[in-house]
Design a binder for this molecule. Structure first.
Ligand code: ME8
Length: 643
């Protein structure tokens, strides 16, 4: 079996995990699971990065000793892995003795190569990113990466001869163009290295929370030297047992957010070259989840918590959303509307309906036993479906190999769409009423069941629990991808009991938010350090992007089966619109007709309970109370801008 080693970044423990950390971990998990299905011997590492000034300060703020603080927050990351069904082989913490040994062993090897010397560092440091920032890179006196404040350092420091590795690094990038993906990142890093490299300060003497420099305990290692080594520690580097090192190094894929590519694609290979160790096979930098127009970040505090989404939609739905929504390398927007829409459209409608139809009809028309495909197989719709299955297996597995999970899911959803259309085309419920067409009915149901089997196999890395549930309903066991197409469903297989996969969520985004607000407290096991006070105010330009306008309610009616929603027809001056508002508990429809309200005019349309809503009515929300509509002091004509 081919060895395949996949890593996530190890996360800083200055605050609890958010969707960004959950994302990298879920993607790495899907990649690990896909490679297991490809028949490879997978080792999958994640963990926590626990040293450095940022963590030391967060612990101080929380009034705790760093180790105690680290233990508490690291536990939240470990819990995240369990919560999200992550199949990691190991969870590494940089405060563990095995890691101290490994980092010191790497330091010794680098020193033995003559690449470490002592000097004085004077310059700027960003504690949020734990990076030294050259004066010329400052932006308005702040960190160019996170925009946070930098501080002046003047201390004795050990240096790594990074400058010596400029040429070897450029040779590496030239000889292995797929070393770093996507390609755009490779271009950036190459340009950066071409501009020349300064030696890198790799120790700090002004604080304590780190791994001591061998032979000089007044210094702790620069946290990135320490952190990057974790990828070797987990394989037993620096210990007696080198079996995992021999097996999995360097068959490694390092996955991370694009903001830490420099450390991985530049520092890390340079350290490894110096230590005379083989270089990683591949580095993949993914994009950022944005929220409210900025990168979701614990330092800024604009974060979404994975727990709110797994509670409302389930773990697999969150895994599906993030992996479908963010194409490799690109940024994507995280929004409640996005999650809700994808859940109802892709999971409840497309996938859920297909599986439920296939199962229900086999139970109903064939006593719950998979029928045999009969003559009729050669008819056009059957051939087209067979071809679609073949293409999807090839396309999706190829996309998984290229780490293009979003594209792989698109492939699978195209097949789901095809199968749903096949049902409509064959109309098995009509065939069931015509005994002379029994053979075609059985063929259609066999084909559907077999398509569902393939779909379960292909979604397995992203939605392992759903795949297992579908297999239980189908009465089959897991299959390697190598046999997914050749080994088909056996006629005569007895189905298991049918269960609903993704019941539609009929709640509005506002209702879901209200639910998650009330749950937040129960998730706060150990208190995280408060995020450093950052300026989250927006500029007038940003505010002006939101078009608030006056509207007059022309009609109002209750939305059937919803306690909270009202459907409004409003006059906004130049046009009339339908808006669905979550105010039914506070207002009767007849109270609203003729009333003037304020709305968000340029909101993208959203479907609520099947009704397209074009805008949002503004209301005050008081904790635990009902919404109170915004009103105007004097009559204002519909369409007037509010600013
Ligand atoms: O950088 N969108 O740790 P960290 C997508 N300890 N991914 C995000 C994200 C977002 N908005 N925010 C965070 C560190 N991530 C170092 C790493 S590795 C040897 C040391 C994910 O806690 C993404 O993977 O700041 C990003 O690279 C990582 O969390 C940063 O986590």
């Amino acid at each position: 079996m081919n060895p395949f080693y996949i890593t996530t970044p190890i996360y800083y423990i200055n605050a609890k995990p958010h969707i960004g950390h959950a994302y990298s971990t879920m993607v790495a998990d899907a990649i690990a699971r896909a490679h297991r299905l490809m028949g490879e011997d997978v080792y999958f590492l994640t963990g926590t990065d626990e040293h450095g000034q940022k963590v030391e300060r967060a612990a101080q703020k929380a009034g705790k000793a760093p180790q105690q603080f680290a233990d508490e927050v690291a536990a939240a990351f470990r819990t995240m892995c369990a919560d999200l069904n992550i199949s990691n082989s190991d969870f590494i913490r940089t405060t563990e003795p095995r890691h101290h040994r490994a980092a010191q062993a790497l330091w010794e090897r680098v020193r033995a190569s003559g690449d470490i010397y002592k000097g004085d560092y004077e310059g700027w440091y960003c504690t949020v990113d734990e990076v030294f920032v050259p004066e010329k890179q400052l932006m308005d006196g702040r960190c160019p990466t996170c925009g946070g404040p930098v501080e002046r350092l003047k201390e004795e420091s050990y240096y790594f001869r990074l400058s010596k590795y400029q040429k070897p690094l450029l040779d590496l990038y030239a000889s292995r163009p797929d070393f770093l993906q996507p390609a755009i990142r490779m271009n950036e890093i190459r340009t950066f290295v071409e501009a020349g490299l300064d030696d890198l300060s790799i120790s700090r003497a002004s604080f304590q929370w780190g791994i001591s420099v061998p032979g000089d305990p007044a210094h702790v290692m620069y946290v990135w030297f320490d952190a990057l080594t974790n990828y070797l520690t987990a394989l037993g580097f620096g210990s007696e047992d080198t079996s995992r090192m021999d097996r999995y190094w360097p068959a490694v894929t390092h996955l991370m957010g694009k903001e830490i590519i420099r450390q991985h694609a530049l520092y890390w290979p340079a350290f490894l070259m110096s230590a005379q160790l083989p270089l990683p096979q591949r580095i993949i930098g993914h994009g950022h989840w944005m929220m409210s127009g900025a990168k979701m970040s614990k330092s800024i505090g604009n974060v979404a918590r994975y727990q709110d989404y797994t509670a409302a939609f389930g773990v697999d739905a969150l895994r599906y959303f993030v992996m479908r929504e963010m194409p490799l390398g690109q940024d994507a927007n995280f929004s409640d509307e996005g999650v809700l829409n994808r859940y109802n459209a892709d999971l409840a409608n497309d996938l859920g309906n297909l599986v439920s139809r296939a199962m229900t009809m086999i139970h109903r028309y064939c006593d719950g036993v998979v029928p045999d495909a009969r003559p009729g197989d050669t008819e056009k719709p059957e051939v087209a479906l067979q071809n679609a299955i073949k293409q999807t297996v090839e396309g999706a597995t190829h996309n998984f190999e290229r780490y293009q999970i979003s594209l792989a899911l698109q492939d699978v959803w195209a097949l789901i769409g095809h199968a749903n259309r096949y049902v409509v085309e064959r109309e098995p419920w009509k065939l069931a009423k015509q005994p002379d067409r029994r053979a075609l009915l059985e063929t259609a149901l066999y084909n559907l069941a077999d398509t569902v089997r393939v779909i379960a196999g292909l979604i397995d890395p992203v939605m392992p629990d759903t795949a297992a549930r579908i297999r239980r309903m189908l009465g089959v066991t897991p299959q390697d991808w190598t046999s997914l197409r050749e080994v088909q469903l056996k006629p005569g297989t007895r189905l298991g009991p049918t269960e609903p996969l993704f019941p539609r969520v009929e709640k509005t985004v506002e209702e879901l938010r209200a639910m998650s607000d009330s749950q937040i407290d129960s998730h706060e096991g150990t208190p995280a350090a408060p995020a450093p006070a950052e300026d989250t105010r927006i500029s007038i330009d940003e505010f002006m992007k939101v078009e608030l306008r006056v509207a007059k309610v022309l009609e109002a009616e209750a939305v059937p089966k919803s306690k909270k929603l009202l459907k409004l027809k409003v006059d906004v001056g130049a046009e009339q619109r339908t808006i669905v508002a979550g105010i039914a508990e506070a207002y009767q429809p007849e109270q609203l007709v003729g009333r003037t309200v304020a709305i968000v005019f340029n909101l993208k349309p959203a479907k609520l309970m099947g009704i397209e809503s074009n805008g949002m009515v503004l209301a005050a929300s008081v904790d635990g109370g009902k919404p109170i509509l915004v009103a105007f002091d004097e009559p204002v004509p519909p369409g007037a801008r509010v600013r």
